[in-house]
Write a protein that binds this ligand. Structure first.
Ligand SMILES: [Zn+2]
Length: 91
């Protein structure tokens, strides 16, 4: 990768694949990933047509989002199981 380009990530997004606009913004919050998701997956939002896509490749994020949701769900289930086991052990 190019570490020196990390400082300029805001202008590194590829133009919108639907309308070719380069006016895109990074959402702070998404329905699928909350606050953390868009920091892990480079999801961007087109200001011109509202299209959501992968800001690095211009492709769809659906597969990455599905993986993210699966990992997040597994993590939550494991965390709950850990809490229940801890509570059971305390009694
Ligand atoms: Zn667009």
């Amino acid at each position: 990768m190019h570490p020196e380009r990390m400082l300029f990530t805001q202008s590194e997004w590829v133009p919108c694949p639907r309308c070719a606009s380069d006016s895109v913004s990074r959402p702070m919050f998404t329905w699928w990933g909350g606050l953390l998701g868009p920091r892990i997956i480079p999801e961007v939002h087109c200001n011109a047509c509202g299209h959501h896509y992968n800001g690095k490749t211009g492709g769809s994020n659906n597969k990455a989002i599905a993986i993210y949701l699966a990992v997040a769900f597994t993590g939550i289930v494991c965390l709950l199981a850990l809490i229940v086991l801890t509570l059971l052990r305390l009694r």
